[in-house]
Design a protein around this ligand. Structure first.
Ligand code: HEC
Length: 108
């Protein structure tokens, strides 16, 4: 009887653990999807889908060597030429975070 009870608990625990695992992968793919659509919406016009387009002197993101902090700062405050003022367009820290990681995926 007691053994059966324990089996039940272990089974339940497994189900919960599996569910958690699959939902966290879901979240991850969602983040990637929304980061790439954010990029397409706000950034691709100048930087291009692969980061190399360079419209109006946009930096080639595939060879960029900026740190996470510098990328974040560029997105939020723009550059010294006033080209990228996204402070008011991209306001959610999570969106900025996902863009920072997305920008790095363009590197070769
Ligand atoms: C209006 C055109 C334009 C848009 C839109 C734009 N950028 Fe830029 N971006 C530039 C220009 C121009 C530079 C280069 C500035 C310089 O060399 O001083 C630059 C530079 C950068 C850099 C610095 C790269 C380096 O190595 O110096 C990053 C990172 C960056 N952009 C990311 C983004 C992201 C992310 C977005 C979308 C949220 C975006 N940019 C949207 C024009 C744009």
């Amino acid at each position: 009887m007691v053994l059966r009870f324990f089996c039940c608990i272990i089974l339940l625990f497994n189900i919960v653990a599996c569910n958690q695992k699959s939902s966290s992968t879901d979240i991850h793919s969602e983040t990637t999807a929304s980061a790439s659509s954010l990029y397409t919406l706000h950034c691709a016009a100048c930087h291009g889908k692969d980061g190399k387009k360079g419209i109006s002197g946009a930096a080639d993101l595939s060879i960029s060597k900026l740190s996470d902090k510098e990328i974040r700062n560029t997105i939020v405050n723009g550059n010294d030429k006033g080209m990228m003022p996204f402070k008011d367009l991209i306001t959610k820290p999570t969106e900025i975070d996902s863009l920072v990681s997305f920008v790095k995926t363009l590197r070769k």
